[in-house]
Design a protein around this ligand. Sequence first.
Ligand code: WTA
Length: 630
Amino acid sequence: MKINNYNDYEEAYRFSVQDPEGFWAGIASEFSWKKKWEKVLEWDFKKPDVKWFIKGKLNITENCIDRHLPLKAKDLAFIWEPNEPLGEARHITYLELSQEVNRLANVLKDLGVKKGDRVCIYLPMLPETIYAMLACARIGAIHSVIFGGFSAQSIKDRITDSQCKVVLTSDGAYRGAKQIPMKATVDEALLECPSVSHVLVLSRTKQHVNRVKGRDLVWEEECEKRSVVCAPELMDSEDPLFILYTSGSTGKPKGVVHTCGGYMVYTAYTFQNVFQYKAGELFWCTADVGWITGHSYIAYGPLLAGASTLIFEGVPSYPDQGRFWQVIDKHRVNIFYTAPTAIRALEAAGLEFVTPYKLDSLRLLGSVGEPINEEAWHWYHTNIGKGNCPIVDTWWQTETGGIAISPLAGITPLKPGFASLPLPGIQLMIVNEKGKEIKGNGVEGNLCIKFPWPSIIRTTYGDHERCRTAYFATYPNLYFTGDGCKRDEDGYYRITGRVDDVLNVSGHRIGTAEVESAIDLHDEVAESAVVGYPHDIKGQGIYAFCIVGKTQKPKEEIIKDIYENVTRLLGSFAKPDKVQLVKGLPKTRSGKIMRRILRKIAEGELSNLGDTSTLIDPSVVEDIIRDRIV
Ligand code: WTA
């Protein structure tokens, strides 16, 4: 599985294109299967229908846990660092992981959870959160992890969409100086979720929680009563492993579905090769497990490799902006994987938060979630990596399941700002607006992938047609990423950002349509349009233009309500940075909002607004410009 040098990479890449089935079969055979697949791949992007390792039988948790027990039972699976720097870290071995996962799996089974049932996980960053995911996988239940920052409304929408039977949560969560209610938020969501029969509540903050009789159970009490042995459910390669909701350019978030076999093979392969993980090293991915990065590179990828991973409960700014660096020294982290928004925020805090720490355990740095600007890349390389740690800028998506474009640590020559080259198995194609391939180097266009890889999205839960229209219908026979990119003279890829109506705010994917519908619920708002603009720390900020008619209400009050509505309906991470109340929006005669113009205004590019002659009322543009928020 391991690529050791650049020649290996080139050879692996060539092989993966010439004989994809042979290539992936070789890698898949390194895992433990209950029954070998009969055929490696069947695919048709038109439907779309993609199947890998057909009729293979396995359980991913056997590969994450049991397979390591004979030799590595005492090795660390996790080190958990609590929110409070003076709190006690927890060290969890593979044996303990096995026991805890099995106990919890037995609890779920006794609650009537069966293969194929959906289970919602709404928890802070705790080892138990990973146990929860693996306990589901152990018994063949499909987990749907919801990021702890989401509101009751967002939880309700997700639970309803996938009809979850059980919810796993905690009383509360510590996040920096704040104590956040989790159970109370779940209670509110569940007022309208009849599919949920039980809620298992872990104690973290010891805050008071309501207990609904017959529905709510105490996690610790239930686990204590159960056996540490639980036979793994036999799963088909193509059985769903999890659903993870993500924002798109239209409507409500989509439930991206990943399956057992392909996701296992791809996350393990990419973890091993991108990070060049060596036995004994400590890997730290700072993402929340509520996002795909946490799924693939805190939970599954590292565990499949038998690696040791750090799980951090807190935030980078608590108790001060040096916390990441303090934790790296404290636990002697070797590989550190974070998002550009965090790097920029910590850079802005000043070097006085970095210099007290040695950071000499670091071998490798990683970046994920958004384009990393060259300036931040150099700061990271010089001040954190001390000039001698490679940086892997990893491009991928919830839908790709694992890293798709990235340097391989210490192997691929680096270029700041470039995700560099596709991993073996990833066949990229750049197309123009019409879907025509743009060949050669020194070009720019929309990024597509023309051949399936094992962890490609299989469907959007409950609505396969949505999967087709969102990803496979824009350009026939291609998977469309929604991103724009450049391929330079050396064939290196630089991702330029989304080309659709999806924003990337502090590495969080947010659909403009979601924010607009939250804003539009306000009585005084007739219509709104949300666009992104460049933001020094967050990457993108959110600018909302809202039409408000004649009203007695003071402007400030309406704006305050808008902020509150978005926070309540989506979560505070989706709160607009700027809200401008306007009389009208720039619309074409057919009633379409010309977002291009609003984007330019939000970006402050006023001299180059383009053609406004097709607007019904060009004067609205002048009004908006006059009152724009700088
Ligand atoms: C963006 C996160 C540039 C991109 C793993 C993509 C990136 C979206 C990079 C997916 C990167 C992710 N460079 N842009 N290294 N990594 N993106 O689903 O726009 O939360 O489409 O997955 O993040 O976000 P998602």
